[in-house]
Design a binder for this molecule. Structure first.
Ligand code: CIR
Length: 255
């Protein structure tokens, strides 16, 4: 069974962390509606959606991706770089317990799941304001025994590695080359976002389709020209909180 673990939008999302964006009012009701539509889209792709409740004290908890990295063999509970987000991991660890052996990033290291791009046995990890060199090193030590190789990646100008690059097929990466050096992905087919859509590199590969922000039509066209099936979703409200399509779920097969 394929599971999509999500977390409801916090009523306090207006107090979210912001790094690269100016604060703009978030329409919470619309954010919830868009989040439901995103979940419906995952449901249509064959995932059973399990939604954890919102926590009013955790404004960013809808961005569940940052709290955990789920692999077929193990789940790594992260230690988010933003202090306000560190308590988010507790509920996620409880929810993941039935499905995977759990491993933990330990203090003082930090790592956000949004910095981890998995392509098969390759794990690319962004070195960012959120993820420390020590976090990457702990991550490498935890996952080497399972046959994964970890490649640290320098990221500039955006929040996470997956703001700059995501997988859009088993062997293809969509990249914004102004935020990450795309030669890191030389072993894969590389596609670039349309320059007018810098946020367009955050795509969510869900089985045989890519769930993709409706606000990036030009890059969408590029993907479709390559034969990729794209499912557009409107993320206008959550994007004001600097979130994208990968951040709102953990996708995995129940073991
Ligand atoms: C934050 O700054 O942590 C949130 N406002 C946005 C997190 C987005 N997460 C992600 O891209 N993986």
């Amino acid at each position: 069974m394929l599971i999509a673990l999500t977390r409801d939008v916090s009523p306090d999302i207006a107090r979210c962390e912001l790094t690269h964006l100016e604060r703009r009012p978030v329409d919470v009701e619309l954010a919830v509606t868009q989040h439901r539509q995103y979940e419906d889209c995952l449901g249509r792709r064959g995932y059973e959606v399990r939604r954890l409740p919102a926590d009013p004290d955790l404004p960013d908890s809808v961005f569940i991706e940052d709290t955990c990295v789920v692999l077929p063999e193990v789940a790594v509970i992260t230690r988010p770089g933003a202090d306000s987000r560190k308590p988010e991991t507790r509920g996620v660890a409880e929810a993941m317990q039935p499905f995977r052996i759990l491993r933990f990033i330990e203090p003082p290291a930090t790592l956000d799941g949004g910095d981890v791009l998995q392509i098969g046995k390759r794990l690319f990890v962004g070195l960012t304001l959120r993820t420390s060199a020590e976090g990457i090193e702990q991550f490498r030590r935890l996952l080497q025994p399972y046959g994964y190789t970890v490649t640290p990646v320098t990221v500039t100008g955006c929040l996470h590695l997956k703001s700059a690059a995501t997988a859009v097929a088993d062997d293809a990466v969509l990249v914004n080359p102004t935020w990450v050096d795309s030669s890191v992905f030389r072993d894969f087919t590389r596609m670039e976002v349309d320059p007018s859509e810098p946020a367009g590199a955050n795509a969510l590969l869900a089985r045989d389709a890519v769930i993709y922000p409706a606000g990036c039509p030009r890059t969408r066209e590029r993907l479709e020209k390559r034969g990729i099936h794209v499912e557009p979703v409107d993320m206008s409200e959550l994007s004001k909180a600097e979130g994208g399509v990968t951040c709102c779920s953990l996708l995995f097969e129940a073991n």
